[in-house]
Each structure stands twice: as structure tokens, then as C-alpha cells.
Design a protein around this ligand. Structure first.
Ligand code: AMP
Length: 277
């Protein structure tokens, strides 16, 4: 892979890169479509990265369907699919990790210790292997995108980071490879996430600027679902991810971020509160 990428760079080709864990859906496809427009060489990686999973998380059961993914990738015009193994990425005596401070604290960082260290380490390694001009990520994983932007800037990595909007099912549920874990009842109740975002952003459009009131509104909607267990519901500054005291339409962009568990499945969703849902 490294040789192919180097040759492409020497030939003056721009490289667009979409890192994923596979089990591709329309969210991944939106990144690939944008990558296809931005790069002469479009590279997709599929790697279920063990270092970003905690000991009691779903590494072993994470959904996989390589055959289908390869067909989807070909259809999307991907030029190269990089399929490293854990042994290639983390050979014996592996000892180097990338740690980003600040934006990794709180939200998913609080509930998944070590998660972002795994993400930044693997993304940094993938960037070094692929050497892309542009890399595309989804706003679905809002904090992850902020962490990757921070790492790229702090380490002077010569790659442009592009963040793209959340792709949803027709009924509002944010697409995720993990949605297949949901039972029919959980799937129905999971609509509370997008509903809560909808309620809160509508309230902001109608003039509600009080963070506590907006959080209470979103929380009440999630708590209506008996199977929902809230991990966090927070309103943060979209750029710094610092907690916000109040919504200020003229100032910082506020984002409402949710993590909610249904059984063993942990779902994420978010929305800019200053934008209609
Ligand atoms: P994953 O395979 O879950 O690691 O995701 C790979 C990339 O796809 C990440 O940049 C995600 O943010 C992005 N992604 C996942 N789900 C969605 C979605 N529903 N809409 C947009 N991007 C997504």
C-alpha cells in the first residue's frame, strides 16, 4: 500500500482517503462520493482497530461483511482498498501511541477511556501509510472529528481534514454499522435521539437560549423510552467542545451531543442547535 501511494504521489496524483471500520452504509458512501470528487486516487481503509475498543466492548462482535464492502467500494469508484490486519498495524513490541489532550476529555472520552488514544494512533499511522492530500470524516462522530482536526493541526500533518454531515435513515435514525445490533423494539425507541435533537433545535429557533432548559427538553424525550439509558446529553461549543453556558446565535456555534445505550448498543447523535433539524 505504502509503495502504491508513494508512486501516486510522485506521479502528482492527489490522494483522497476515507478510513472506516467497514460494514459500509450510506454514511460511509457519502464520504466516498465526496472523496471521489476531491482526489484522483480514492483510497478506502477497512480496519476494526483493536486499540480503540475497551476490554468489555464489542471488538469481537463488531459487524463485518468484507465481500459486500468490496462490492460497495467498487461501485463507489474506490481505487484502492487497504485492509491491514492487527498484526500489520501493531506488530510485536509495538509501543507508540498518539495522545490528544483537551478535546478528548468528557463526552465519549469520559465513558470510553483509551478510546481516542486508539483512534488518533491508528489514524496517524494510516495517514503516514497512505499520505493523503485530503481525508474525509463524518460529523456523526463529532468529537472524533474534533480530535482528528486537533491532532492534524498540532502535529503539522500535511492533510486537509473534511467533515461531512450525518446521513440518516428515512425516519431520522443516524446511520451506524452498530444499528444492526438493535432489536425491533430498541430500533423503534432509538428514534428518541433524533427526536430530542429536533425538539431542542426547534426550541432554539423559537428563541429558547437557556442551556439547562434545552438539556431538560432533550433528556425528557429520551427518558420517555423505557429501554434508553443515557450516557450523556451535553451542549458544547462546536469548535472547542467546551461546555457552553448559554446559546448565543451571534457567537459560538452550539452543538447538542447525545450518547444513549439500548441494551449493549451505544448510539451517538448530534446536531448544531443554531441550524434547523
Ligand atoms: P466507522 O466505520 O463507524 O468507523 O466510520 C467511518 C467514518 O464514517 C467516520 O468518519 C464516521 O464519522 C463516518 N460515518 C459513520 N456513520 C455516518 C453517518 N451516519 N453519516 C456520516 N458519516 C458517518
Amino acid at each position: 500500500m505504502q509503495q502504491r501511494c508513494l508512486a501516486a504521489r510522485r506521479a502528482g496524483q492527489t490522494i483522497a482517503f476515507v478510513p472506516t471500520m467497514g460494514y459500509l452504509h450510506e454514511g460511509h458512501l457519502s464520504l466516498l462520493r465526496s472523496g471521489r470528487e476531491r482526489g484522483e486516487l480514492l483510497i478506502l481503509s477497512i480496519f476494526v482497530n483493536p486499540t480503540q475498543f475497551g476490554p468489555n466492548e464489542d471488538l469481537a462482535s463488531y459487524p463485518r461483511d468484507l465481500e459486500r464492502d468490496l462490492a460497495v467500494a467498487a461501485e463507489a469508484g474506490v481505487d484502492l482498498v487497504f485492509l491491514p490486519t492487527p498484526e500489520i498495524m501493531y506488530p510485536p513490541h509495538y509501543a507508540t501511541y498518539v495522545t490528544v489532550e483537551g478535546v478528548t476529555e468528557g463526552l465519549c472520552g469520559a465513558n470510553r477511556p483509551g478510546h481516542f488514544r486508539g483512534v488518533t494512533t491508528v489514524v496517524c499511522k494510516l495517514f503516514n501509510i497512505v499520505q493523503p492530500d485530503v481525508a474525509l470524516f463524518g460529523q456523526k462522530d463529532f468529537q472524533q472529528l474534533a480530535v482528528i482536526r486537533r491532532m492534524t493541526s498540532d502535529l503539522n500533518l500535511p492533510v486537509e481534514i473534511v467533515g461531512l454531515p450525518i446521513i440518516r435513515e428515512a425516519d431520522g435514525l443516524a446511520m451506524s454499522s452498530r444499528n444492526v445490533y438493535l432489536s425491533a423494539r430498541e430500533r423503534q425507541q432509538a428514534l428518541a435521539l433524533s427526536d430530542a435533537l429536533h425538539l431542542a433545535s426547534t426550541a432554539v429557533q423559537q428563541g429558547e437560549m437557556n442551556v439547562q432548559a434545552l438539556l431538560a427538553l432533550a433528556t425528557r424525550r429520551i427518558e420517555q423510552e423505557p429501554l434508553a439509558v443515557i450516557d450523556y446529553i451535553e451542549i458544547r461549543d462546536a469548535l472547542t467542545l467546551q461546555p457552553l453556558q448559554k446559546i448565543d446565535q451571534a457567537g459560538a456555534e452550539a452543538v447538542l451531543l447525545l450518547a444513549v445505550k439500548f441494551g449493549k448498543t451505544r448510539l451517538l447523535d448530534n446536531h448544531y442547535l443554531t441550524q434547523p433539524f
